[in-house]
Design a protein around this ligand. Structure first.
Ligand code: HEM
Ligand SMILES: *[C@@H]1O[C@H](CO)[C@@H](O)[C@H](O)[C@H]1NC(C)=O
Ligand SMILES: *[C@@H]1O[C@H](CO)[C@@H](O)[C@H](O)[C@H]1NC(C)=O
Length: 322
C-alpha cells in the first residue's frame, strides 16, 4: 500500500469538528460573533481569497503573522501595532524585521469588517480567522476557529526577541520554547509543518547549506546557487521552505526532512535521530494524521493567553491603539 504522497493529486481537505474539552480559555468560542457580526467569516474569507489569488505566498505570510502574534504575550494582535512614542513594538524585532509581511491584507480585512460591523471585531480575531482561511485555501485542513480575543494596547520588541524561536535553534531549545507557551513536542512537529508553504531568505539558511553535514548534497548545492556564501547582497534571496510544492499545504515538508532536505537548521532538527523522528515519519506516511494534529495544534496555539472580557480593547485601526 503506497503511503499518501505529497502531491497535488492526493490533496484533500479534512473537516474537523474539534471538541474542546477542559479548555483553559473558556471565554473563547466558535460562535462569539454570531449575533454581533454574522457575516464575519464570509467577509474575511473573501478578502483572503482575493489576496491569495493575487499572490499565493501571502497565505503563508498571514499564517506566520498569527504564529508570531501568539508566541509574544498571547494572541492579542500586538504584532500588528506600529511603534509609538510610548513603546517600541514587535515589527522591528529581529525575527520580524524585513521578514514578516501581510499587514496590508489585515488592514484591508479590518476595513471591510468595520464597514459592516463597526467596533465589534478585534484585530487579533481577524488574524486568527485569516490564518485559518489561508491554510484551507492552499489545500490544508479546516477547523472551527475559536473567537472572542481582544486587542492589546501595547507591544514589546524585547519580548518578541526572546519568545520567537530562531532558525539556528536546536531541538531542545525549540521544545522548551513551545513548552513555555503550553505547546507539546507533538505540537512543535505538527505546527512546523506550516513550512510546507512560503519562502525563507538566504540569511536564515546560509550556514546550513554551506556548513552542515546532515543535508542532502545535491539539495545543498541547488540552494547554494542562489544564496552566496558570503553575507551581503544575496542576503534577501528567497528559497521555498518546501522544495516541492511551496504554495500547496500538504505533507511534503516531512518528506523533505526524511530526505535531509529541510531548509532551515531548525527544520532538520525535527528529523536528526532524536525523539521527534517517529512523529515526522508518521506525518510523512499519513497526511490525514498531519492535518488532524495540525488543526488541533493551531487551536491550542490560538488559545495562548487571549485578552478577554474587559481586558484590552477592540482596536479601530489594527496598527494603532485607540
Ligand atoms: C519551530 C520554530 C520555527 C522557526 C525557528 C521558524 C523560522 C522561520 C524562518 C527563519 C522563516 C523564514 C523567514 C524569512 O526568511 O524572512 C520562516 C518562515 C515561515 N514560517 Fe516559520 N518558524 C518556526 C515555526 C513556525 C510555525 C509554528 C509556523 C506557523 C504555524 C510557521 C510558519 C511559517 C511560514 C508560513 C513561513 C513562510 C512565510 C512567508 O513566506 O512569508 N513557522 N519561519
Ligand atoms: C501614550 O500614552 C499616553 C498615556 O496613556 C496616552 O495619553 C497617549 O495617547 C499615548 N501616545 C500614543 C502615541 O499612543
Ligand atoms: C563555515 O564554517 C567555517 C569554519 O568554522 C567558517 O569560517 C565559515 O564562516 C562558515 N561559513 C558559513 C557560510 O557559515
Amino acid at each position: 500500500m503506497a503511503p499518501l504522497s505529497c502531491s497535488r493529486i492526493t490533496m484533500f481537505s479534512l473537516v474537523l469538528f474539534v471538541l474542546i474539552i477542559g479548555s483553559v480559555n473558556a471565554q473563547l468560542s466558535t460562535n462569539f460573533y454570531s449575533k454581533t457580526c454574522p457575516k464575519l467569516s464570509s467577509i474575511v474569507q473573501r478578502q483572503v481569497q482575493s489576496a491569495i489569488s493575487k499572490e499565493a505566498r501571502i497565505g503563508a505570510s498571514i499564517l506566520r503573522l498569527f504564529f508570531h502574534d501568539c508566541f509574544v504575550n498571547g494572541c492579542d494582535g500586538s504584532i500588528l501595532l506600529d511603534d509609538t512614542s510610548n513603546f517600541t513594538g514587535e515589527k522591528n524585532a529581529l525575527p520580524n524585521k524585513n521578514s514578516v509581511r501581510g499587514f496590508d491584507v489585515i488592514d484591508n480585512i479590518k476595513t471591510a469588517v468595520e464597514n459592516v460591523c463597526p467596533g465589534v471585531v478585534s484585530c487579533a480575531d481577524i488574524l486568527a480567522i485569516a490564518a485559518t482561511d489561508s491554510v484551507a485555501i492552499l489545500g490544508g485542513p479546516t477547523w472551527n476557529v475559536k473567537l472572542g480575543r481582544r486587542d492589546a494596547t501595547t507591544a514589546s520588541q524585547s519580548d518578541a526577541n526572546t519568545a520567537i524561536p530562531r532558525p539556528t535553534s536546536n531541538l531542545n531549545i525549540l521544545t522548551s520554547m513551545f513548552k513555555n507557551v503550553g505547546l507539546s513536542t507533538k505540537d512543535l512537529v505538527a505546527l512546523s509543518g506550516a513550512h510546507t508553504i512560503g519562502q525563507a531568505r538566504c540569511t536564515t539558511f546560509r550556514v546550513r547549506i554551506y556548513n552542515e553535514t546532515n543535508i542532502d548534497t545535491s539539495f545543498a548545492s541547488t540552494r547554494q546557487s542562489n544564496c552566496p556564501k558570503t553575507s551581503g547582497s544575496g542576503d534577501n534571496n528567497l528559497a521555498p521552505l518546501d522544495l516541492h510544492t511551496p504554495t500547496s499545504f500538504d505533507n511534503c515538508y516531512y518528506r523533505n526532512l526524511v530526505q535531509n532536505k529541510g531548509l532551515l537548521h531548525s527544520d532538520q532538527q525535527l528529523f536528526n535521530g532524536g525523539s521527534t523522528n517517529s512523529i515526522v515519519s508518521g506525518y510523512f506516511n499519513n497526511q490525514n494524521s498531519f492535518f488532524s494534529d495540525f488543526a488541533t495544534a493551531m487551536i491550542k496555539m490560538g488559545d495562548i493567553k487571549p485578552l478577554t472580557g474587559s481586558n484590552g480593547e477592540i482596536r479601530k485601526n489594527c496598527r494603532k491603539p485607540n
